[in-house]
Design a binder for this molecule. Structure first.
Ligand code: ADP
Ligand code: MG
Length: 354
């Protein structure tokens, strides 16, 4: 029924941003080999843009005449979409700009959002080229739904927008350390996990969050961070302060998948209005931690009965690292190390998905 859709509407003009260095460096070949013909057949007019450097897409989208485009699609890993979303939110007309439908075609080594939207479409699991084809079909159909964004405040007062995850400790270290294995593709996360397990660390910090007690409300229109006090202020009284201060990892995630083969949040949806907060406290053994990650392939980690793993649904959180070691990532991209807080903005962006 993708064809019917195209008949009743003028053809959609799509800007497709390709990071030629993402993943194994084959994003452009994958595009010409698998997607180009599909778009031609579906009569979707598009313009291909190859990114030349980091933040190229961010700058381009910040200045682009958005009346020319019906959708912005990225063919890369999650990092390039992070650039596009932040470029849109940095515009003066961000309120309209962030309504531009966004699409993703998995071309990177970390394709969490692509794996998530494929999963939301209730199709059986798919990887690599099969996942790419699935996302290509969704792009041709052009159905749009809403996507939650999370606003993130860093110690330097910088504010970022995130569609996937905020991670600290084990997960963030694996993500960044495994970038040197990017040439092996998605399996880099498993390699990174094994390496980091061998020298498992404890990360000290304070964690607090606002638990969800009722179904989240729809957005009020503007992303004012009404739930967050200043980072220098104590957290409000209705927040839960975690007693433990020794962690192996803290992961706030708002999609189902953390990577193509890591089904982290079994019930998550793109616009459920929730931050799914996981943390693992110190004292977990290496085999138990490995078991959690292996079980995550089938979304079975919560059924492992691991006493060190905690899962909470929240709408806001704050993390204050005490020890200097460990990295913080937002959507898989490293950000400054220090106190950080976040709040969800339900349905702030729009996403091409089934
Ligand atoms: P991967 O999943 O392989 O990591 P990403 O899309 O996450 O792919 O991209 C990796 C990083 O490369 C991101 O930080 C992104 O901002 C950056 N980037 C985007 N375009 C380019 C480019 N042309 N050259 C180098 N880096 C780029
Ligand atoms: Mg990446």
């Amino acid at each position: 029924d993708g064809v019917a859709y195209m008949e009743v509407r003028p053809p959609c003009r799509v800007m497709i941003l390709v990071n030629p260095h993402s993943g194994r460096g084959q994003a452009l070949q994958l595009f010409t080999g698998h997607i180009q013909g599909m778009l031609t057949e579906a009569a979707v007019p598009y313009t291909l843009v190859l990114t030349e450097h980091k933040n190229h897409a961010r700058e381009l989208v910040r200045k682009a005449d958005l009346t020319k485009w019906d959708a912005l699609v990225i063919m890369s890993g999650d990092g390039l979409l992070f650039e596009v979303i932040n470029g849109l939110m940095e515009r003066e007309d961000w309120q309209e700009a962030i309504q531009t439908p966004l699409g993703i075609l998995p071309g990177g080594s970390g394709n969490a959002l692509a794996a998530s939207i494929h999963h939301y479409s209730q199709s059986p699991p798919a990887w690599n080229e099969e996942l790419l084809l699935s996302c290509g079909f969704m792009l041709c159909k052009g159905l749009v739904s809403s996507l939650d964004l999370v606003s993130i405040h860093l110690a330097s007062q910088q504010r970022l927008f995130s569609f996937l995850s905020l991670a600290w400790g084990f997960v963030a270290d694996v993500d960044i350390e495994s970038e040197k294995y990017r040439h092996v593709g998605a399996i880099r996360f498993l390699m990174g996990t094994l390496v980091r397990l061998a020298s498992l660390r404890v990360y000290q910090g304070r964690l607090a969050y606002l638990p969800v007690r009722e179904a989240p409300k729809r957005p009020q229109g503007t992303p004012v961070d009404s739930l967050l006090p200043g980072l220098d202020q104590p957290v409000p009284e209705n927040w839960t302060v975690v007693k433990e201060e020794d962690f192996v990892l803290v992961l706030a995630i708002y999609q189902s998948h953390l990577a193509e083969d890591l089904w982290t949040v079994p019930g998550a949806m793109a616009d459920d209005g929730l931050i799914h907060l996981f943390y693992v406290t110190a004292g977990i053994s290496r085999p138990a931690l490995l078991r959690l990650f292996l079980a995550m392939e089938k979304g079975a980690h919560l059924a492992c009965g691991c006493p060190h793993l905690v899962y909470e649904k929240v709408t806001a959180l704050r993390l204050e690292p005490i020890s200097a070691q460990g990295m913080i990532t937002v959507d898989g991209e490293m950000v400054e190390h220090g106190p950080v807080q976040a709040q969800i903005h339900p349905g702030l962006a729009r996403l091409i998905s089934d």
